[in-house]
Ligand binder design. Structure first.
Ligand SMILES: Cc1cc2nc3c(=O)[nH]c(=O)nc-3n(C[C@H](O)[C@H](O)[C@H](O)COP(=O)(O)OP(=O)(O)OC[C@H]3O[C@@H](n4cnc5c(N)ncnc54)[C@H](O)[C@@H]3O)c2cc1C
Length: 430
């Protein structure tokens, strides 16, 4: 049986591993280790926060090693998952089909989405559990004609305890994440190697022979007949570039900015993350308790239960790069203009909620949906394979997106990874 290496166990990697194991012998190489939810109590952290010890968002990694935080030179905070399940373990659980840009290229992923809806519970059953602050914000958005919609979630939310810590890792196994696909692949015989940071591809005569990885202090070569890169939108381009394969400077990240205020007893910190969303032309708005701003932003100095906040998630311009040292991403003039417009709208919503406009404050700009540096084109609609890549190398993660979504990408990444896997199976006559 041919050996396939899948790099990364997040949305794309786990979906590909599950689909390919059995037809191939799959080995998943994952840089992180077992995922453990963030376990520290908020009241403890509130006390720690007062000591002034929390001043840089990167510190969170010391307390929560499965969360990787980097900063751009102009201080945008970039978040991704580093552990089994990748960034899906940190997700708010949103399950949206976001393939318009792919459809425009002539790519039809109907079969893959149907397969995913059969495999993963996707529910809207969280609405009866909403807290009053969420219900009120939903009503206000409805009255303003903004057409808010409850967000479908990956998992079974009837069991949700309302701990409000979805993005710190669900402790109650309510939220689905890609570890379930990974487990399924392992049950079928896939091998998993953790703590294994792939550095570059090893190539010979125009084909990939395997990968070179850092495992502890050792540099290890893993041979393969075929390699699938699914290390996420920040890491896959670095591995490609380390291997002499150019990517495009089209990094998008879907920046997030929260507009917040003090509101006694709003208890948004005890609400599931992002219960509903308003879809705007270039952004979504959603109630969201932003832990990063709460821990590190000086304006968020109030008790967690007394903060009410709306997230703006922007579809930013595709302009940015990542390399071994830096993520270079700045908000363009148009991004900033759009962000200002959405901030204005959030202020209006909060004012109708009863907040005095001059008490409203903003959070830290952070982002966690990187992608777009090897974007699919119409020519690749049938092959999902860039001519820049050796014949036996594929990419199966957010790096393939042709355009920023400004929306939750997990389902669509998994649909793309399934398609990549089908193409590989067909090509090998299996
Ligand atoms: C706080 C937060 C909330 C989010 N909420 C949602 C949501 O509700 N719904 C949604 O659809 N999306 C959400 N997202 C985004 C979503 O989780 C990611 O876009 C998605 O998981 C990306 O999938 P991926 O396969 O591209 O990469 P990832 O899921 O990030 O997986 C990449 C994996 O590769 C590993 N890796 C990296 N480098 C290497 C290397 N060199 N060698 C080996 N392994 C490596 C990483 O450790 C990781 O496990 C959220 C993101 C964040 C940060």
């Amino acid at each position: 049986m041919k050996r396939v290496i899948v790099v990364g166990s997040g949305a794309g990697g786990a979906a590909a591993a599950k689909k390919l194991q059995g037809k191939f012998q799959v080995t998943v190489l994952e840089a992180g280790r077992e995922f453990k939810p963030f376990s520290i109590n908020l009241s403890v952290l509130e006390k720690l926060r007062k000591t002034g010890l929390f001043f840089d968002e990167r510190e969170i990694q010391l307390l929560f090693p499965s969360m990787s935080v980097k900063k751009t030179p102009d201080s945008m905070v970039m978040v991704s998952g580093k552990g089994l399940g990748g960034t899906t373990t940190l997700s708010a659980g949103n399950a949206l089909r976001m393939d318009k840009g792919l459809k425009d290229l002539g790519i039809d992923l109907d079969d893959e989405f149907e397969e995913l809806y059969r495999e993963i519970p996707v529910t809207n059953d969280h609405r009866p559990k909403w807290r009053n602050s969420t219900k009120k914000l939903f009503e206000i958005c409805t009255e303003m004609g903004l057409n808010p919609v409850p967000l479908p979630k990956l998992g079974n939310y009837q069991r949700c305890t309302g701990c409000g810590r979805c993005v710190l890792g669900c402790r109650y196994h309510v939220k689905w994440d890609s570890r379930q696909f990974l487990n399924a692949a392992q049950d079928l015989g896939a091998e998993l190697i953790t703590g294994c940071q792939v550095v570059k591809l090893v190539m010979e005569k125009g084909l990939v022979k395997g990968v070179q990885a850092q495992k502890g202090f050792n540099t290890v070569f893993y041979p393969a007949d075929l390699v699938i890169l699914a290390a996420g939108g920040f890491s896959t381009p670095v591995i490609l570039q380390n291997s002499g394969i150019e990517c495009e400077s089209r990094l998008f990240v879907d920046p997030v900015l929260c507009v917040a205020a003090r509101q006694k007893g709003s208890l948004q910190n005890k609400e599931l993350s992002m219960p509903f969303a308003v879809q705007r032309e270039h952004a979504i708005l959603s109630p969201y308790f932003d832990y990063l701003s709460f821990f590190f932003h000086p304006s968020w100095r109030y008790p967690a239960q007394d903060i009410v906040s709306l997230m703006i998630k922007l579809a930013d311009s595709s302009a940015g790069t990542v390399d071994n040292k830096n993520i270079r991403k700045t908000l363009s003039d148009i991004d900033q203009e759009r962000l200002r417009e959405e901030v204005g709208l959030c202020i209006e919503i909060l004012a109708r909620y009863g907040i005095k406009k001059d008490t409203i404050f903003l959070g830290t700009i952070n982002a966690g949906h990187p992608g777009g540096m090897l974007p699919l084109t119409a020519n690749e609609a049938g092959t999902f394979h860039s001519p820049r890549l050796p014949e036996n190398l594929y990419v199966a993660d957010a790096t393939l997106f042709p355009e920023p979504l400004g929306n939750p990408p997990i389902l669509t990444i998994m649909a793309m990874a399934k398609r990549v896997s089908k193409i590989i199976i067909d090509k090998n006559g299996l």
